[in-house]
Ligand binder design. Structure first.
Ligand code: NDP
Length: 352
């Protein structure tokens, strides 16, 4: 293989958005396609995808409803973070063989600007963690919790999707800061993992018929920080238990991503506003990128140290083969993933 051109024999498997879902997406909303691999131009690299990250935000990109980011066009390659290997380079910044973090989406190969990718040091840990605990989800937890949640020793921090990459980091960082973490997850296996392996003080199952009572029992002193990942019934159970001056970093609302409209029933906005007023709550939405400039470097240092010391643990759910990405993604929206969901698209050269 030459260093600056794509071998002619390569083909590129892609997953494209075939149509916009109405409500819950299905595999029919995705289309697999095989096409020729492009040649890199000046200051560009050709990348081979090793791992593709699957994240809840991708449901938003499938929709053309108003959002903080532009949607994937119908017919476009699905968006996503990737860990790749440089297979051809016309750049002074990256050599063939380099492992890089990129945002090249659901495809086997992609041409990218050399400035749009960042080299990963495989000595820091498994390269897939650049998509999880050492990457965007870990940083989301770190910045959202520490900047907005600001947990204090002995305070109670509650987080749902607690077995996933964001929630698991939120609870563990909260405990490092001396707070008590209450994790909420779906099903006994995830609940046991959150309590026994991640070391949260309490773990609860949001599917339990007694969830509201169990949450009250687990938070006898009320809740000081609720890191909002899911919305819906969990939020409704948490809100009445928020303490005065409580903080709610609003990170995600995964229980509502497939909603096509507002739920039936009374308008709860006045009751919500009343609770925010009488308890002097801070409710602050955020998208992690707003904190990158000020906090990413410190995150990398802190998280690196916590991982080395074993004070933060993580779990990955690795699905083999790009063709299985749509099904794995749909499963994640229902809680079928157990840990950070990544697709292994190609061979990992750092593994024997
Ligand atoms: P996860 O891997 O944890 O996957 C989502 C999880 O949500 C599922 O596994 C499931 O866990 C839970 N879930 C799904 N439906 C429901 C429901 N109806 N009620 C309660 N829980 C449900 O995801 P991430 O850790 O990657 O992301 C967590 C949240 O953070 C998401 O809302 C995501 O959109 C958000 N996010 C926001 C960012 C930002 O910048 N604001 C950046 C990154 C993520 P279980 O089976 O345990 O219920």
């Amino acid at each position: 293989m030459t260093s600056n051109a794509a071998p002619e024999s390569l083909t590129n498997l892609t997953v494209r958005l075939a149509s916009r879902p109405q409500g819950e997406p299905t595999v029919a909303n995705f289309a697999l396609d095989v096409e020729p691999v492009e040649e890199p131009g000046p200051d560009q690299v050709l990348l081979r995808t090793i791992y593709l990250s699957l994240d809840p935000y991708m449901r938003g990109r499938m929709s053309d409803a108003e959002s903080y980011a532009v949607p994937v066009p119908v017919g476009g390659v699905m968006e996503g973070g990737t860990v790749c290997q440089v297979v051809a380079s016309r750049s002074d910044m990256h050599e063939v063989g380099d492992i890089v973090l990129a945002h090249t989406g659901w495809q086997q190969y992609a041409v990218a600007s050399d400035k749009a990718v960042r080299r990963i040091d495989p000595a820091r840990g498994p390269i897939s963690t650049a998509l999880g605990v050492l990457g965007m989800p870990g940083f989301t937890a770190y910045a959202g919790l520490l900047v907005i949640g600001d947990p204090q020793p002995t305070e109670t921090v509650v987080v749902a999707a607690a077995a996933g990459p964001v929630g698991s980091a939120v609870g563990q960082i909260a405990q490092i800061k001396g707070a008590r973490a209450v994790g909420i997850a779906g099903g006994p296996e995830k609940v046991a993992y959150v309590k026994d392996e991640l070391g949260f003080e309490v773990a609860l199952d949001h599917r339990s018929p007694d969830f509201v009572d169990e949450l009250a029992e687990a938070t006898p002193e009320g809740i000081d920080v609720y890191f909002e990942n899911v919305g819906g019934k969990v939020f409704e159970a948490v809100l009445p238990r928020m303490n005065e001056f409580g903080r709610i970093p609003v990170c995600g609302l995964v229980s509502q991503y497939n909603a096509t409209g507002l739920p039936e029933g009374p308008n709860l906005a006045p009751a919500l506003m009343n609770r925010i007023l009488v308890r002097s709550l801070t409710v602050r939405g955020f998208i992690q990128r707003e904190f990158v400039k000020a906090h990413y470097r410190q995150f990398q240092q802190d998280m690196g140290e916590w991982l080395s010391a074993g004070t933060v643990r993580y779990k990955e759910d690795v699905v083999q083969g790009l063709e299985n990405a749509p099904e794995a993604f749909l499963g994640m929206l229902q809680g079928a993933n157990f840990g950070k969901l990544v697709v292994q698209v190609g061979a990992d050269p750092t593994k024997p």
